[in-house]
Write a protein that binds this ligand. Structure first.
Ligand code: SF4
Length: 304
């Protein structure tokens, strides 16, 4: 079987890792590469296992996104939705994931894992319960939102792929995007993103990235793209202005991020990196919950 090539690409999450800690970024995109292979060196395998872990906050967000994707798919297909049944199914699924993670199954096979279990972090029963309560309140808010009726009313031809990872080329660099909900309306496209955390400026950038993706993929001009971020469970909606100026500003920042990432590579053409070119952060708060803190400590021999 041909070996997978580690091609350089850009995404919002990659940019956030790069900004948080260069060493963490190195582990995530270079050091762990190939860790899925049976004959991977143990240190690469270890980084790969750690890279795949999530934390309880991201877990809640993913559970909400996955459930909304399934609900939207049912609505698109004209099926009835039963909110109580969906909430119960998500809860059962999260319970199963929790047990799987606590047992450490992710160390031996493809399985769900949480950093909290890997590092035996102290998390109270109330904190675990809060993770579920957030998911439940977000789903219940979604069920009573205007988006359910809107989705139900859309003709089949108006639907665009739901939360499906896609990419477009930006000056030769693949850029990844996965709009949560996109549909055609009024001769244009509406892009919607659900958020379960606090509002951040980066949320707007994410929508602007989706707008570039929509233009490249669905051949829609920027002035006909509407962007919305919906914060759950409050159902606060923020409109993201998509115009030449906002997109040009986003492109400038994305290009700057790409340039800085590539400048650290030992071979930019082949996307090759050396660990010594990616120093550890000096912000110890970033290390507190880092997935890679064990190997990072072992490699440098001092506490971050
Ligand atoms: S432990 Fe700290 S220094 Fe090491 S990779 Fe993680 S964030 Fe970076």
């Amino acid at each position: 079987m041909a070996t997978l090539e580690n091609r350089f690409s850009w995404s919002k999450s990659r940019h956030e890792k790069f900004e948080a800690c260069l060493r963490q970024y190195y582990y995530q995109y270079y050091g762990s590469w190939g860790g899925w292979e049976r004959d991977a060196p143990p240190e690469v395998r270890e980084l790969y296992i750690l890279k795949k872990l999530t934390n309880r906050h991201a877990w809640s967000g993913t559970a909400v996104h996955d459930a909304i994707r399934r609900i939207l798919t049912l609505l698109r297909d004209g099926a009835e939705i039963d909110p109580e049944r969906i909430v119960a199914t998500v809860r059962a699924s999260m319970r199963a994931q929790f047990r799987e993670s606590r047992e450490g199954a992710y160390r031996f096979r493809k399985a769900f894992g949480l950093r909290e279990h890997e590092y035996a972090e102290e998390v109270s029963a109330e904190e675990w319960r809060a993770s579920w309560e957030l998911v439940e309140s977000c789903l219940r808010a979604f069920f009573r939102s205007r988006w359910v009726d809107l989705a139900r009313s859309l003709p089949r031809e108006a639907w665009l792929p739901i939360d499906e990872l896609g990419s477009f080329l930006y000056r030769g660099v693949p850029v990844f995007a996965a709009p949560d909900f996109a549909f055609r309306a009024g001769g244009g496209v509406v892009l919607v993103d659900w958020k379960t955390g606090k509002a951040r400026e980066a949320d707007r950038d994410q929508l602007l990235g989706y707008a570039l993706y929509a233009r490249a993929t669905w051949d829609v001009p920027l002035e006909r793209i509407q962007g919305r971020v919906v914060y759950l469970p409050e159902l606060d909606e923020v409109e993201v202005v998509v115009d030449d100026a906002s997109v040009a500003d986003f492109e400038r920042r994305m290009q700057d991020s790409i340039d800085r990432m590539r400048a650290l590579l030992v071979d930019s053409e082949r996307n090759l990196a050396r660990i010594e070119d990616f120093p550890r952060t000096e912000t110890s708060a970033t290390c507190l919950h880092c997935a890679f803190r064990r190997p990072c400590l072992q490699q440098d021999g001092s506490a971050p």
